[in-house]
Design a protein around this ligand. Sequence first.
Ligand SMILES: N=C(N)NCC[C@H]1O[C@@H](n2cnc3c(N)ncnc32)[C@H](O)[C@@H]1O
Length: 432
Amino acid sequence: MESSSECSSISDFQDSTEGDDANTLPENLCMREYVVICDYVATDNTQLSLCSGDKVLLLNAVSQDWWWVNHNGTCGYVPASHLHDALNEQEDTEVNDPWQDEEYYGSYKTLKLHLEMLSDVPRTMTYQNVILKNSSSLCGKHILDLGCGTGIISFFCAKFAQPEAVYAVEASKIAEQTCRLVEQNGISSLVHVIRQQAEELDLPTKVDVLVSEWMGTCLLFEFMLESVLQARDRWLKEDGVMWPSTACIHLVPCSAYKEYSNKVLFWDNPYQLDFSLLKPPATKEFFAKPQPDYILQPEDCLSEPCTLFHLNLKTLQVAELERMNCDFTFLVHTNGLLHGFTAWFSVQFENLEEQGHLELNTGPFSPLTHWKHTLFMLDEPLQVQKRDKISGSVVFERNSVWRRHMSVTLSWVISRELKMQKVGCKVFPIWR
Ligand SMILES: N=C(N)NCC[C@H]1O[C@@H](n2cnc3c(N)ncnc32)[C@H](O)[C@@H]1O
């Protein structure tokens, strides 16, 4: 059985460094201490397995993503995304907030991201429909709109329902504009804009409904969900409603020939010249991290998608977000090239007035949203054929230092007629 353990082209650098296995020390190296910020399990004999908190000496930053380090006398490669500069550790954690709040809220103080979100019709109309279809249930109720941005959901509540009060909470400077909008539209007796981080919120009463649009790349990036769950525990009545009520992450194996051709095959003969030695670094540069704005065409799916995680937002605990893992099995339904896997999310809103629920699905079979799709590219495409099985697992691991970031580890086995063909594994930081 041929097996190659793929770990984002580390083997591409094996022959380009003096270290030909995990114990040879290359020459002329500058020593600098780093802290391991999340566990790493080696996937081949050139790498080191390390635990969060281990200290290593950086010997050679062979690439942007893989570093050659010494840990207690043993050398090997580790992903740079798992290391943090220990020398500035004290300063960094003092100066750079692990939540990067200044940068994060700074990105929401201008209209750019709010225009993108408001221009997303499937997203915004789903929230409008939720308010519309539940308008009588909202009569006389207290509503918390967490991370309200320009206040669009609060406006829907005021326009289509008669709640007792809407608390529109927004931490970024955009809240100043939201206040003006509420004043100008004559709803300031109903909608109370509070410029505050939800974590420091003080409301006059608990609320009946907690509505929020908190979803990021791969659902979880930004981890605003932690703020939503904390606000739920502090401010939502026991029998209160969470909107969204549930959230799912979906995955499908796919072809992405155009992407692979444009980013890697391109180097075979640009202007009839052989630049093919640039294919390995191109693979590393373009595919070490996922593409968050990919648009997957339905015909590029190699099997039916699967639902990896189904989160109940009334009961989910913050601690569960640290590490989520799931096994998967796909039955390939067409011959083709497996270039990677694509992920997307869906959220469901319980309907208070009739059976069923409303759903916002950001996948390739639904109207396109501003989240688009997230493509995890393998380093090498793999030939698959109808009835092959692609089984494996995915691990979503939250970054233990940079709290808005995470990594996605995909492991796969391709089998044909019960015989294993290809095995692989790749870690994708989002984004640290
Ligand atoms: N991925 C998303 N939907 N991001 C929308 C985030 C919106 O919520 C705001 N926001 C995020 N976290 C918080 C928080 N803990 N408290 C208040 N506002 C927040 C943020 O400023 C932006 O306007």
